[in-house]
Structure formats: structure tokens, C-alpha cells
Design a protein around this ligand. Structure first.
Ligand code: URA
Length: 434
């Protein structure tokens, strides 16, 4: 087998075989396939697409390019993935709920990507927490606590790590086939038996329309099922931030609030319950997603999920009492100020990507891969679609490292909100696939 033949077949539209894709993915991981050949592959797939069978084969091939974890635990191994949004810390609520209800969650998560936040950056806003653990420690935490949210080791799906970086450099991230194989190769390598996906569409998501989000959800669900993992996707709205806080420490504060005082009317709490309900039903622990969702609310209200979260934070090096005393630990920004509305009316539109960009520019994310996010900065008290507002009333509260960055951010936040006539906000969950 050689890379030129695989690339020639791709160029000519000759279907790639499972054996070719396995060889190519393994070659990317070992270096036998060069980065130039990997980049040509990414462009070829991006331009020509792939059949459903090829996407399944590529996903399996990338999964098998490194370690595949196998678990022997007294409950189902479950996982969750979100395609990325704003103010979305649901993983940090879903994982401890699932653990409290008898599932095991080895969740290999990512860092911030573009304007969207990363679960690991949020968790590491808690002083002492380090999500960079080896496989032995991951196994120990999952066994003892029931959930561990950590970074993927370099041995998990190494072909994806290389291909992802080549896609980033060659403007080929957008390919649905490559996104599907990239997301699922890592999830399948972590040994999940049941997987729930939150596929977001809207101004704050990578998929800007509901149609694009649905197409990605169909591709992810059918591929994961064909690769042997029970999977379901919710298609959810990202035309406004999920929570009223965007940033690292401020989103942990929002998570702690849900764990201490769950209010299903909050979008963050409601979506977490819906996702974990689907996950528990898929794993066979409850007969329906609705029954799983009710059990989830019970363990939130009883404090059992909060205990799992606290135990996970402690096992990752953080304090054991962050849930009971978050103000003691969560870092706060030196400059906190309101962003006043410039007119009166109702919030009729929110440019989510612009708000994400503000948090990025405040230092809360990464402009370059080597940047270290500032855990203190972000936005809180962000108004939601449909909220009434009068002139000078705050649209949001800004948390900045200094006065100059706050001043730069204020007009950008103001421009991100449209104020107009009262309109009905879009539903949080548009549909379900799988
Ligand atoms: N997340 C991933 O892991 N891969 C993609 O291609 C896109 C988002």
C-alpha cells in the first residue's frame, strides 16, 4: 500500500477501501504518511466528500490509530459530546449526574476552539485542578468517582490530532465527513458504549443553520451506530448563549449554582437534564429519556450529583469544597463593569460569535495555540432573547483584566445585541436524531 495510490483513488473518485483508510490513518500516526500527503487527503475529502461507508471506515481507522480503552466496570460506560457553543458547560453537570445514577463517564474533552469555550479550560479555572492525567489516573478516578473530565492523552486517536492540525492550516476543517470522523474517533477510542451528542445550530455555533446542524447530526449518529456505539443527538439552539455567563471561572460559578439549586427553567439546567436523560435511556439504565431526566433532577436536588462533581474536582487536584464555597476559590477579575443598552425595547437578536470573540479578546480563550486563557474574564448577567430592556440598563456585566480591555469590549458587546420588537425566543431543543 502507498499514499500516492490512496490519493490517486481519492482524486479519481474511486471509493477508498477500509484497508486503505486504516493504512493511511496508521501511516499518519507513525509518520509513514507525510503531512503533505495528509493535507492533500484533507483537501480531497473536503472537495469531493465521502460515502457513508467511507466515513465509517475512516472513523474506525482513526479510532484504531492509537490506544482504544476497554473498561470492566459495574455499570455502562457513557459519554457526551457538544459541537461547541457559548456559555455551554453542560458536560460539567451531565457527567456527575450520570455518575450519581450508576453510569461511568470517562470524558475526554477539549480546550477552547475558535470563539467557543472549552470544558477543560473551565474546569482548570478552579485552582489546583489539572486535567492532564495519564491513563492509570483516568482509570482510578473513573473507578472511584464515576466520572473524570480530562484531556485526551497523545495515544488516543493520534491520526486525528495530526489531521486536525493539517485541516486547521489548510481551511479544510469544515468538511462534514472529516468533522464526523474526527469527533467520533476520539469518543469511540475512549470506550463509550452509549453516546449522546449535542449538535448546535445558530449564531454562536459552528453550524449557523438548523439544516446544517441536522445534516451533521445525521452523519454523526449513523456513523457512530455503524461503528457499534448506541448514539443519539439532540439538535439544539445556539442563537444565544446557553447560560447567562460566558467565560471560564464565571461558567464554573453557573455550574455550581445548578448543582446547588437546580432550576429547570434555566436553559443550562434544562439542556443538561435533557442530555443526561437521553444518555441514561440509551445506556439502558432508564426506560425512557423522560424517566432518565426525572432521575437526574432527583440527584441534583438531593446533592448526590454535587458530591460527585466535588469528588472529581478533588481527585484532579482541586479543593474538596468548591461547591459549598465557590467564592473562596474562583478567581475574580480586577475590573467588573456593566455594559449599558443604547436603546429600549426587547432583545431581538444576539450575535453569539461576536460575544465569544469578546471573551477571547478579553483573554478568556486562545488566539494562538500556546496562549494560556485568563480564568477570571468573561461576561455574566447576559440578557437573553425576548428580555425587555430600557436605555442604560445593563445588557451584560463585563469581567476584564484591566480598564483598557474593558473599554475596548464595551462597544463590541453593545453591537452584538439587536434591540427591537418583542419576539418569541427560539425553542432550546429543535429535534432529536437516533
Ligand atoms: N471537534 C473535533 O474534535 N473535530 C472537529 O473536526 C470539529 C470539532
Amino acid at each position: 500500500m502507498d499514499a500516492r495510490t490512496v490519493l490517486a483513488h481519492l482524486r479519481e473518485g474511486i471509493p477508498l477501501t477500509e484497508a486503505q483508510l486504516h493504512w493511511f490513518a496508521r501511516g499518519l500516526a507513525t509518520g509513514e504518511v507525510s503531512h503533505v500527503q495528509g493535507a492533500a487527503f484533507a483537501m480531497g475529502v473536503c472537495k469531493g466528500g465521502m460515502s457513508a461507508a467511507e466515513i465509517v471506515a475512516l472513523t474506525r481507522a482513526m479510532r484504531d490509530s492509537g490506544d482504544v480503552l476497554h473498561w470492566d466496570l459495574p455499570g455502562p460506560v457513557v459519554d457526551k459530546h457538544s459541537t461547541g457553543g457559548l456559555g455551554d458547560a453542560t458536560s460539567l453537570i451531565v457527567a456527575p449526574i450520570a455518575a450519581a445514577l450508576g453510569a461511568f463517564v470517562p470524558m475526554l474533552s477539549g480546550r477552547g476552539l475558535g470563539h467557543t469555550g472549552g470544558t477543560l479550560d473551565k474546569l482548570e479555572a478552579i485552582p489546583g485542578v489539572c486535567t492532564d492525567v495519564d491513563e492509570a489516573r483516568l482509570r482510578a478516578i473513573v473507578g472511584q468517582v464515576g466520572c473524570a473530565i480530562v484531556g485526551a492523552t497523545t495515544e488516543i486517536a493520534p491520526a486525528d490530532r495530526i489531521l486536525y492540525s493539517l485541516r486547521d492550516q489548510t481551511s479544510t476543517v469544515e468538511s462534514r465527513a472529516l468533522i464526523t470522523a474526527s469527533i467520533l474517533s476520539k469518543k469511540l477510542a475512549s470506550g463509550a458504549q452509549a453516546l449522546v451528542l449535542d449538535v448546535k445550530g445558530g449564531s454562536g455555533a459552528f453550524m449557523k443553520t438548523r439544516a446544517e446542524a441536522s445534516a451533521l447530526a445525521e452523519s454523526l449518529v449513523s456513523t457512530a451506530k455503524a461503528a457499534g456505539c448506541a448514539t443519539r443527538a439532540l439538535i439544539t439552539d445556539m442563537n444565544q448563549p446557553l447560560a447567562r455567563s460566558i467565560g471560564n471561572a464565571v461558567e464554573i460559578a453557573a455550574v455550581v449554582q445548578v448543582l446547588r439549586d437546580p432550576r429547570p427553567e434555566s436553559r443550562l439546567c434544562r439542556l443538561s437534564l435533557a442530555l443526561v436523560g437521553e444518555m441514561l435511556a440509551l445506556a439502558g439504565l432508564y426506560p425512557t429519556a423522560a424517566a432518565g431526566g426525572r432521575a437526574a433532577l432527583d440527584v441534583l436536588q438531593s446533592g448526590a450529583a454535587a458530591e460527585r462533581f466535588a469528588a472529581m474536582v478533588h481527585a484532579l487536584g482541586g479543593p474538596s469544597d468548591v461547591v459549598s464555597d465557590p467564592e473562596r476559590y474562583l478567581p475574580s477579575a480586577p475590573v467588573i463593569c456593566d455594559v449599558p443598552a443604547l436603546s429600549a425595547g426587547h432583545i431581538s437578536g444576539i450575535d453569539g460569535e461576536a460575544l465569544g470573540q469578546v471573551v477571547l479578546e478579553l483573554g478568556g480563550g486562545r488566539l494562538r495555540p500556546e496562549d494560556v486563557p485568563d480564568p477570571r474574564v468573561g461576561l455574566t448577567d447576559v440578557l437573553a432573547l425576548g428580555d425587555a430592556v430600557v436605555t442604560t440598563q445593563p445588557l451584560a456585566r463585563l469581567h476584564a483584566a484591566d480598564a483598557a480591555s474593558a473599554e475596548r469590549a464595551i462597544p463590541v458587546v453593545q453591537a452584538a445585541f439587536q434591540i427591537g420588537a418583542a419576539t418569541k425566543p427560539p425553542p432550546l431543543i429543535h429535534g432529536r436524531v437516533g
